[in-house]
Design a protein around this ligand. Structure first.
Ligand code: FAD
Ligand code: SF4
Length: 327
């Protein structure tokens, strides 16, 4: 690992003014330290933000504000989150291991990098690591790769579970920019599709800090499911995941939310399928049709055609489970 300077700013202002193009913020370190050990990320300076950012969960009239420094476990087991946003709790508990969840922060979870094997092997081409070097996965091993929203430059998927739930729940990301000004981004605009610049995972301005995440109040706490399909039942990233939530009036669907991980460069919302379900009866036939509508937009790579039927099955199952899940 390259030598680096380490400092621990006390305030957001101090962190922002200490940041430059050769520095990196460090929160739980569960992703960044791995990248540094593998020499993929080589900052000159680490700014430890653990004393800088809020680590509180604040319930307000219109939703909940989760400080960027709240550890993943603390979010998942928070009483208010379990009662009012149980989809978020369930998605977090499907990620990583208890030890990693105890360290991983809310902000860091949003900024974790892809698990594409070519990205981690410095001897192989990867446009995300070094744009212009090529994409080893596109004609190589792309079993874990995207089935929607990819480009000729990158077919990697985004790995977070928590973010799939946040995408489904219309969350917002509060940020503080390098000039000290505050901004709020819709969660769905936060992460990017690869296009010609796969090295850029998200739209966070340079050196900006995520300060908190806002999840609005909703009527999805009674009927929800986070289904994660993977090679091993624990401690593995999703091949396909589905966050599903229904707001029901009797058996009629007022609103539906459907998002997936493991399918695209960002958490993916199946809006056409959601619109199809709105106003319909909550029946297995309608759920199967919604899954078909979602799958119609996918276009698998050479090694991952299996993900399409997997996705359809996962959507149908998750929606059916929404009818019986209890918070
Ligand atoms: C073996 C393993 C298995 C895993 N499995 C899963 C899984 O199944 N599902 C899943 O969702 N995740 C999984 N993870 C990922 C884990 O959830 C992330 O590593 C973690 O959420 C990152 O949070 P952190 O606080 O440790 O971030 P760090 O490693 O400290 O930082 C990550 C990046 O975010 C930046 N950063 C951190 N906080 C902020 C902030 N507030 N503002 C601006 N920049 C910031 C850092 O500069 C860095 O670039 C796994 C990780 C490991 C190591
Ligand atoms: S899919 Fe993306 S991350 Fe993987 S090798 Fe290609 S450019 Fe790199």
């Amino acid at each position: 690992m390259k030598p680096f300077e380490y400092t621990k700013p006390k305030t957001v202002r101090e962190a922002l003014s200490s940041a430059n193009s050769h520095s990196q913020y460090i929160a739980g370190g569960t992703n960044l330290v791995d990248l540094m050990k593998k020499q993929i990320d080589e900052p000159d300076k680490l700014l430890d933000i653990t004393d800088t950012l809020p680590n509180t969960i604040e319930v307000k009239d219109n939703g909940v504000v989760i400080g960027a420094m709240v550890r993943n476990t603390a979010i998942a087991v928070n009483k208010a989150i379990m009662e009012s946003w149980p989809l978020l709790s369930k998605a977090i508990l499907k990620g990583a291991s208890p030890q990693i969840r105890n360290m991983a922060s809310a902000g860091g979870n949003l900024l974790q990098r892809t698990r594409c094997p070519y990205f981690y092997d410095l001897t192989l081409p990867c446009n995300k690591r070094k744009n212009g070097s090529g994409c080893g996965a596109i004609k190589g091993n792309n079993r874990m790769g995207a089935i929607i929203g990819y480009s000729d430059a990158c077919v990697a998927v985004y790995p977070s579970d928590m973010c799939v739930a946040l995408a489904a729940l219309d969350a917002k990301v509060n940020i503080r920019k390098a000039d000290g000004s505050e901004d709020t981004m819709n969660f769905l605009d936060f992460h990017r599709l690869p296009g010609n610049n796969p090295e850029k995972d998200n739209n966070l301005p340079e050196n900006a800090l995520i300060t908190s995440i806002f999840v609005p109040k909703n009527n999805f706490s009674k009927h929800f499911e986070y289904l994660k399909l993977r090679d091993r039942e624990s401690y593995a990233f999703a091949l396909v995941s589905v966050a599903a939530a229904l707001d029901l009036d009797g058996n009629q669907i007022r609103e539906a939310r459907l998002a997936s991980g493991g399918v695209a460069h960002k958490p993916w919302r199946w809006t056409k399928a959601e619109n199809f379900l709105k106003g319909k009866q909550a029946t297995s036939e309608n759920f199967a049709e919604a899954a078909k509508i979602a799958a119609e937009d996918t276009s698998p790579l050479s090694d991952n055609a299996f993900k399409v039927p997997l996705l359809k099955g996962a959507i149908e199952t998750a929606l059916l489970t929404c009818l019986t899940n209890k918070a």
